[in-house]
Write a protein that binds this ligand. Structure first.
Ligand SMILES: NC(=O)c1ccc[n+]([C@@H]2O[C@H](COP(=O)([O-])OP(=O)(O)OC[C@H]3O[C@@H](n4cnc5c(N)ncnc54)[C@H](O)[C@@H]3O)[C@@H](O)[C@H]2O)c1
Length: 271
């Protein structure tokens, strides 16, 4: 059900690869709430994924950009302002990738070239897009910028590997840039720490099925779905959260606040 929370607002959504992507759900929910959006992803994702199908559904333009390239980001934000005929109201950073995870390197045996690549894609890209938008003065007053994170930034999940460190950096950028952008023209910057979700990036982590199930059993509400995450993003893009900034917001069915659950105890007792 739409509440038209984003009526008249214009946004850029990074990271829709296929219909399982969290960004895909955010794009659909934003459109359902009255927004106009531009979709963007890396050139390879445009070839491998199904973003064109999403663009058709959303009646939106696609602008290719590698989120690690300042040149691409400058073009993306400039072209978006030209296309919309004005500044942008919201942006979603839904990007993550670790070469060490892909190549199954252990955390105690990381390849540092891989580490730098993953950090650039997953976390520094957030600073880059914020800095480009800031310098171009591309975001309207009280605009809202979100990135997606994971609780491994606070607690250890061994197989999440160097992505844990990338998420810690990402959340720190939201706080630090949130101060400067807030002072500049009241732009809000937050991260949403989402439950494990079955997507291309999520399923790449070793043991994903087990920690998906573990989180589901620990969380009193169960794992938060990507559809609900999209609704939360829309609320944070909207006027209803105008004073929320510099936060890492858990969207996890209560996982982050639960020590143990009866479901898990019963499971261990029955072993
Ligand atoms: N799936 C989960 O369990 C989970 C949980 C919490 C947070 N997250 C986070 O949600 C975000 C979205 O991931 P997802 O689970 O929807 O998976 P996904 O694989 O669908 O999305 C990841 C996206 O990153 C894009 N990307 C990679 N390199 C890029 C680059 N250089 N430039 C631009 N885009 C690039 C990919 O093309 C893809 O669209 C990520 O930040 C991820 O860490 C996921």
């Amino acid at each position: 059900m739409s509440h038209n929370l984003l009526q008249g607002k214009k946004g850029i959504i990074f990271g829709a690869l296929d219909s399982r992507s969290i960004a895909w759900k955010v794009a659909l929910e934003s459109i359902a709430n009255g927004a106009d959006i531009i979709l963007t992803n890396a050139p390879i994702a445009l070839r491998m994924g199904s973003i064109h199908e999403l663009a058709k559904k959303c009646n939106s333009k696609i602008i290719t950009a590698d989120a690690t390239s300042l040149e691409d980001l400058n073009k993306l934000f400039s072209d978006s302002m030209e296309y919309f005929g004005g500044k942008i109201d919201f942006v979603l950073h839904s990007i993550g990738m670790s070469v060490n995870v892909r190549k199954k390197r252990k955390y105690t045996d990381l390849n540092y070239d891989f580490l730098m690549k993953g950090l650039d894609v997953s976390a520094i890209s957030f600073h880059k897009m914020l800095q480009v938008a800031f310098k171009l003065d591309a975001i309207n007053d009280f605009g809202s910028i979100l990135a997606l994170s994971y609780i491994a930034a606070q607690r250890t999940f061994p197989d999440y590997n160097d992505m844990a460190d990338n998420k810690a950096y990402l959340e720190s950028v939201a706080r630090s840039f949130g101060y400067h952008y807030g002072k500049h023209n009241k732009v809000r910057i937050n991260t949403i720490s989402q439950s494990p979700t079955i997507t291309t990036a999520g399923s790449g982590v070793t043991g994903f099925d087990a920690f998906f199930e573990y989180a589901n059993k620990l969380s009193p509400l169960g794992n938060a779905s990507s559809e609900d995450c999209a609704k939360y993003c829309v609320a944070l893009f909207s006027e209803y959260t105008k004073s929320v900034t510099m936060q890492n917001l858990f969207h996890d069915g209560g996982f982050s606040r639960t020590g143990v659950s009866k479901d898990l105890i019963d499971m261990l007792k029955n072993k």
